[in-house]
Design a protein around this ligand. Sequence first.
Ligand SMILES: [Mn+2]
Length: 392
Amino acid sequence: MRLIHTADWHLGHELHGFDREAEHDAFLTWLRALLRARTVDALIVAGDIYDSVNPPVPVQRRLFAFLAGALAENPSLSIVLIGGNHDSGTRLELPQPLLDSGRCAIIGTMPRSGGAAAPEATLVPLPGAVCAAIPFLRPGDIGGGGVDGGDIAAMYARAAEAADPSLPLIMMGHLHLAGGEVSELSERRIVMGGEEAVAATVFPARARYVALGHLHRPQQISGPTLIRYAGAPFPLSATERLYHHSVALVEIGNGPAQVELIEIPRPVPLLRAPPSGALELEDLEAALLALEIPHSPLGAPYLEIAVRLSGPQPGLRGRIETALAGKAVRLVRIERVAEGLAEGMVGVAGSGIALGDLTPPDVFARRHRELYGTEPAEDLLTAFHTLWGAVI
Ligand SMILES: [Mn+2]
């Protein structure tokens, strides 16, 4: 059997206030054409279908139109969707009664039976295979307390035991596996929220293919079987702009599963000035004046800028906008890098300090040091404390 594995669509995503609707339309149109061209048995989407738990109406309409269209165009296609940490599982499942349940399964939340998790109920029959469609697991999905690697392994083991042993077993999941490369920005809130990465050994060796979502770079993870993150369809932050975004076409026969990566055309260019590191403001202004803007029919390219500063720089944005005058770009972010700090040496990530150990004034002072390389002035600290007192 042949399937296409994709994930982390994040429908409704905004890049620093710019909506991605045209890009999502381009991706979904491309995917529908691919499904028509490549004749697969199944399309599986491994979570974070939506970017938020309460996606706007046009965003939900986009998903429903895609599902209805792809099923109508491909009479032998099955589709399986699972919920990710960004999704509301119950909202994701909403259109299920309107879709042919024999060909489209949406499992947003872990099914329950008599109040307890029922991983057996995640098994979805596919043409020539069976799929354990296990969604992102939240504390409480499993029965009180947090979700650890042992709980996750137990869910996968129970699903595998309940699956017809004569059929190839495909497993889905939305979680953070140890050994996966994390993009710096768009997954940070999850990693820093105290979530532990789990070992790839949570998956039974019996699975022929494990289709994951959550990490946005397409990648294979070594483990007891073939385990892949499909990755997002296009960059969701500037740190993802060099990824080779793709979908995985997986062929499961008698031997090991075969994977063909099909690169997704980049709908809108995402530029960075400079391409890596940061420049002093004068050098940056010169680089911006000389910046070549690629042709981009779906909307002006996005631009992220990194400037090296030795202290607060009033009027920074105005100077950058002046240097960009007349250029068709969308300025998404100005990263300020403090003089004397090497890139990547800022923040608490990798420092061994847990965010929970810092007080808000600590975070404020650290952020000031990151931005300007100096301690906040006394009057600024006083203003911060006044504001802090007003909100707690
Ligand atoms: Mn996710």
